[in-house]
Design a protein around this ligand. Structure first.
Ligand SMILES: NC(=O)c1ccc[n+]([C@@H]2O[C@H](COP(=O)([O-])OP(=O)(O)OC[C@H]3O[C@@H](n4cnc5c(N)ncnc54)[C@H](O)[C@@H]3O)[C@@H](O)[C@H]2O)c1
Length: 246
């Protein structure tokens, strides 16, 4: 198994779902883990369970990100996992909806990289893993704002990977298909028949089921590990065959 012994990692949005699974997997792999979330109770809960340290960070707030960088100091692995969704076509999406998603999904990743990348470059070592989505690889119906922001995350990932490869910093993103988390449960409530929508979502994946957070965390562990030293600028698709074709 891949080891993160003697590494320090920080995961955003780690109070729930995929972020919580990544934090737990990293702790099991030997890392010192900073569990961060804008929601204090859930973040503290995860930190307590995995023996991590909690910091309240709203990634959309620059001041929170700067405070986190001061508190954490040298960081080996940054996982930009915090993200929010919205269901709707362009006609069903307001400018305010788009701005809200942009502030977290894009600006949040930017804000965290802004405060932690300089230290990584100075130490000539660091790994950044961004949670994009299959909606950063193909269009997904009724997800106009979400796809827009996640394609931006993939673009930021590739641009940063090129800019900082020779600085010893690797930057990759993970593009999950549908994963059974509170995020997905919340989205389902926006449908007239949530149970039917759940069955439909599971069926869109070739394997006929949703992914589990631990299946995404395993990829994050690999990307964070030294075994992935030759991997940068990739979109690691984990989608149960969703994007393989019809
Ligand atoms: N679940 C899926 O099917 C799926 C698929 C593809 C991509 N993703 C992406 O994976 C990531 C995690 O998704 P999840 O399903 O685990 O979500 P989730 O809703 O279960 O958890 C997200 C966490 O992020 C936190 N958060 C939200 N906004 C924040 C902010 N501004 N600052 C700090 N924390 C904030 C929430 O409090 C929550 O704890 C997201 O970026 C999401 O877009 C999820």
């Amino acid at each position: 198994m891949f080891s993160l012994a003697s590494k320090t990692a920080l995961v955003t949005g780690a109070g729930s779902g995929i972020g919580a699974a990544i934090a737990e997997t990293f702790a099991t792999a030997g890392a010192t883990v900073w569990v961060t979330d804008r929601d204090e109770p859930s973040g503290r809960d995860v930190a307590g369970k995995i023996g991590g340290r909690f910091l309240q960070v709203d990634v959309a707030r620059e001041a929170d990100c700067e405070a986190a960088a001061r508190q954490v100091g040298a960081l080996d692995v940054l996982v930009n996992n915090a993200g929010i969704g919205h269901v709707g076509t362009l006609l069903q999406t307001t400018g305010a909806d788009l701005d809200r998603l942009y502030a977290v999904n894009v600006r949040g990743v930017f804000n965290m990289c802004k405060v932690f990348l300089p230290g990584m470059v100075a130490r000539k070592a660091g790994v950044i893993v961004n949670l994009a989505s299959i909606g950063a690889v193909v269009g997904v119906r009724d997800r106009l704002a979400y796809c827009t922001t996640k394609f931006a995350v993939a673009g930021m990932t590739k641009a940063m990977a090129l800019d900082h490869a020779r600085d010893g910093v690797r930057v990759n993103c993970i593009c999950p298909g549908r994963v059974a988390t509170p995020f997905v449960q919340a989205r389902l409530q926006e449908y007239p028949d949530p149970a039917a929508a759940y069955r439909e979502m599971a069926a869109t994946q070739a394997v006929g089921r949703m992914g589990q957070p631990a299946e995404i965390a395993a990829a994050a562990l690999y990307l964070a590990s030294d075994e992935a030293a030759f991997v940068t600028g990739t979109e690691f698709i984990i989608d149960g065959g969703f994007s393989a074709g019809k």
